[in-house]
Design a protein around this ligand. Structure first.
Ligand code: URA
Ligand code: CA
Length: 434
């Protein structure tokens, strides 16, 4: 087999075989096929697309390029959730204990990563003592015992994806549906989930800004998952404005604590119930979405989800009394209120820009070496569609730095106040199943 022929075939819009896709992925992972030939194939894929079968084959080859996690020692159907990423997305912190409280095993492998705020692990580390440095045996035991545990990334998962992603980054081939879908799905499948619930975000703060693109990506990922034998569904949700009210690590932990006690922001609670009920049904712990939703709602109000969160923190060395006294979480030195300069209705809170402001405060990592400030961030008091009077507080900035003029300017620029009536955007746009 020759890489030249594979490039030519895709250039001409023909379908690649399993042998050809495996040859290219294995050859690229081992270093036998050079970057310039793979760049050319990626550009051909970008223009010619891939069939659903090719996408599934590509994903499987990427999974097989490295280690995979075997979760078979955990009893029950392991359901994972993946979000394509957004601003102030606190859902994992809530969903993990929430669905675990209904007996769904949650075996979460999580990263730190770059972004506006830290990843799930960074956020959880705002709880004194909490740690994710546990062996994989301890991890499985904890899930069997408590139904929920989080472990840091282990093993050499999907090395093909790492190499391809770096190459796509410098060859203008990131924004290709078959390449994005196979990249995301390969990582989820390698991490061992039996079933997958995807939260595909759309809007200004999302990777897929446009709703049509988000739908295409959701369909592509659901097709791949089901073709490779993992029950997969997707929810398309709004990320034009930040999710919930808090953006920042300890601030989001506090928001999660509120939500787990049934007093969280409406949009965040609703998204958790939507995603959570899908997870519960995929795990066979309820017969219908309605039944799952009612059970989840019950556990938010009867204290069971909150109790599960405390058990989870305790089991990984965390001081669970923090959940009862969230004021003991890391606190920023300054709390500055941003006041509305005019009266009207909030028409826009550009999620991306609010995320950037949080990052300027130190809530996220710009490079792998950056150190995160767990205490800082932003808490919104108004969301799109809310009325505001001149001088009223739009949001509170939690900062440790003396000068925040630039952050304030950024936030003012991200918020539009209108004289017209504005309705809030829908939270859920669509649901995609096989
Ligand atoms: N996120 C991924 O993991 N892969 C992509 O290709 C794009 C976003
Ligand atoms: Ca939030």
């Amino acid at each position: 087999m020759r890489m030249y022929d594979i490039i030519e075939k895709k250039r001409d819009g023909l379908e690649l075989t399993k042998e050809e896709i495996t040859y290219f992925i294995n050859g690229y992972t081992s270093g036998d096929i050079p970057d310039y030939q793979v760049s050319s194939l990626l550009m051909a894929i970008y223009f010619q697309d891939m069939t659903e079968e090719e996408r599934a084959l590509l994903t499987t080859s990427m999974v097989n390029s490295g280690d995979t996690i075997d979760l078979s020692a955990i009893s029950g159907i392991k359901v994972d959730k993946h979000s394509t990423g957004g601003v102030g997305d606190t859902t994992t912190l809530i969903l993990a204990p929430l669905v675990a409280s209904l007996g769904v095993p949650v075996a979460k492998m999580s990263g730190r990563g770059l972004g506006h705020t830290g990843g799930t692990i960074d956020k959880l580390e705002a709880v004194p003592g909490f740690h994710v440095e546990i062996t994989s045996n301890e991890f499985m035991d904890l899930v069997n015992k408590n139904k929920v545990a989080v472990i840091g990334q282990t093993g050499n998962l999907t090395p093909a994806d790492k190499k391809l992603y770096s190459l796509r980054d410098v060859t203008a081939t990131v924004s290709s549906i078959p390449l994005i879908a196979s990249s995301i799905m390969s990582k989820k499948i390698a991490a061992g989930a039996d079933a997958i619930v995807l939260d595909v975000k759309t809007g200004a703060g999302a990777f897929m800004k446009d709703l049509d693109d988000a739908k295409k990506l959701a369909n592509a990922m659901v097709s791949i998952g089901n073709r490779v034998g993992r029950n997969t569904m997707a929810v398309i949700s709004d990320m034009s404005q930040p999710l919930g009210n808090a953006i920042g690590n300890a601030l989001e932990v506090r928001e999660a604590i509120d939500t787990l006690q049934g007093k969280g922001p409406e949009d965040l609670t609703e998204l958790c119930l939507t995603l959570g009920s899908q997870m519960v049904v995929l795990a066979n712990k309820a017969d219908s979405i309605d039944e799952a939703r009612n059970k989840l709602k019950e556990n938010l109000t009867n204290g069971k989800a909150f109790e599960q969160f405390k058990i989870f923190l305790e089991s990984q060395g965390g001081d669970s009394s923090v959940a009862d006294k969230p004021e003991s979480l890391p606190q920023a030195k300054y709390k500055v209120e941003l006041k509305a300069k005019q009266s009207g209705t909030i028409a826009e809170i550009v999620a991306d820009d609010v995320g950037t402001a949080a990052m300027m405060l130190g809530a996220g990592r710009a490079t792998k070496e950056s150190v995160i400030d767990l205490a800082v961030g932003i808490v919104l008091h108004k969301k799109i569609g809310d009325h505001v009077n001149e001088g009223e507080t739009l949001l509170t900035i939690h900062a440790n730095q003396d000068s925040i003029e630039e952050v304030k300017d950024k936030l003012y620029a991200s918020i539009t106040i209108s004289d017209e009536q504005v309705t809030a955007p829908p939270l859920i746009y669509d649901t995609v199943t096989k």
